[in-house]
Ligand binder design. Structure first.
Ligand code: HEC
Length: 102
């Protein structure tokens, strides 16, 4: 985790290093909540799109998240094991859930 953060910081640093003068770029902050299962999200969900896709859904039910993970597997052929799908669903419901199962 720390290594990835460090890499991210370093790569941003080198981006800026190549630019002469001041360049304004829009800064978009995603609030990514660390926690049990985040590793599984990182390994299974962020290979195709950013975390923004998840956050933009707003707080949702467990059923909603389970179906989204399912959709990624059936429609978009995401290579996610059943075990990881459960871990990801639980993570999403815990951190981006609305407290309802359905
Ligand atoms: C194989 C590539 C791939 C993987 C892996 C993947 N997704 Fe997606 N995801 C997509 C595509 C393609 C879209 C649709 C993009 C669009 O409509 O512009 C999408 C869209 C979404 C959306 C937006 C809502 C929707 O229904 O379109 C959410 C939420 C989402 N993904 C969550 C996840 C989660 C959670 C995981 C991990 C379990 C995941 N994705 C893994 C390809 C992937």
């Amino acid at each position: 985790m720390k290594k990835i953060l460090l890499l991210a910081i370093l790569s941003v640093g080198s981006l800026f290093a190549q630019v002469k003068g001041e360049v304004e770029v829009p800064y978009i902050a995603y609030e990514i909540k660390m926690g049990n299962g985040f590793d599984a999200v990182q390994a299974n969900c962020l290979m195709c799109h950013s975390f923004g896709y998840i956050i933009n859904q707003g707080p949702q039910s467990k059923d909603f998240w389970a179906k989204k993970v399912d959709k990624m597997v059936t429609h978009f052929k995401a290579p996610i094991t059943k075990e990881d799908a459960t871990i990801v669903t639980n993570y999403l419901f815990q951190h981006y859930g609305n407290g309802k199962l359905k």
